[in-house]
Design a protein around this ligand. Sequence first.
Ligand SMILES: Nc1ncnc2c1ncn2[C@@H]1O[C@H](COP(=O)(O)OP(=O)(O)O)[C@@H](O)[C@H]1O
Ligand SMILES: [Mg+2]
Length: 363
Amino acid sequence: MNQTELHEIVSHFAIEGIVVDIEPLGAGFINDTLRVRTAGDAPDYILQRKNRSIFPDVPAMMANIVAVTDHIRRKVIEAGGDPTREVLTVIPTVDGLPYWRTISDDYWTVCRFIDGSVTYERADTPLLAYKGGEGIGRFQTQLVDFDRPLAETIKGFHNIRWRFKQWDDSLARDAAGRKASVAREIEWIESRRASMLSFWTLVENGTIPMRVTHNDTKISNILFDAAGNVMCVIDLDTVMSSTSLNDFGDAIRSYANTGAEDDPDPDNVSLDMEMFRAYTEGYLSQRRSTLVTSELEHLAFSARYITYEQVLRFLMDYIDGDVYYKTAGTDHNLVRTRAQYRLLQSMEERYDDMCAVVARAAK
Ligand SMILES: Nc1ncnc2c1ncn2[C@@H]1O[C@H](COP(=O)(O)OP(=O)(O)O)[C@@H](O)[C@H]1O
Ligand SMILES: [Mg+2]
């Protein structure tokens, strides 16, 4: 895309000021993200081309984002905060749509650039883990009274019943002829099937409530101010209805792993209790009064649930012949399966301690 084409795209949006230049912002993995600089006092903007292979229905996704950010904006204003900095502002097109669709079927969106914000690429200290938990916790709290339906933009996300349907089909197909070679790993999944389903049943029958979840809780999706305070949560593409616990569990899976997701040496992998404690304390600092008992009781379990789901997904992709995840080498999905399984085992071993940390932080 050259500058002329980019300027043409931006011209469809209702922005303030004169565009000076549009340049890539190097950080994201999913979308193409650019910064639109304007002259003088007008705000700068973020221009994004949304990834169509991950998000097939961008209009539905943007409707979710607009509904959620409108709700948070009201909360920020009520609390006397700054709505241009404490929530993402989606900029519509001059025709009032939250996206611009090109003739080549690309979807572009614009939001306000939040000046002076800092992002971290990795959370590698307990302080950052605390802040990450605080960021997601605050985001969820701002949305506890959100009561409008949200589109399911990614089908079956963190729904283990749906995953088992895919899993059973995958085993029946045995598309890559690998099933027999991973009998031991398949047993890791099967031996926990009932306990995972019984957790999910509590979500299905309403014992654990459905709420608004972010679904991509990495620290790079939280903007901080120069002093290191949480400003707001960004990258709302995956916002959907689910249990709050899934955001917590997924964050723990990545924040509190002493090794890598695809660590070739599973001995490097374990649950880092210090990071777990810090994230939990940050999260519950915002959510202890808004989570109901059934949620608090299953908070620690959600880390096992999400990690288990990831073991299943890596193993399923291995059995399918590496069709979903990008792989480096023929056994990459198996390496990932084993490394995530080690994390799951570590959580199972430390489960009583995890529950004790939650109970203390919830007081
Ligand atoms: N409104 C914004 N203000 C300031 N920086 C932003 C804003 N939106 C995105 N960024 C920066 O761009 C990076 C990538 O944006 P993000 O929406 O997370 O894209 P991706 O979905 O590709 O991860 C963020 O990690 C952040 O550093
Ligand atoms: Mg991001």
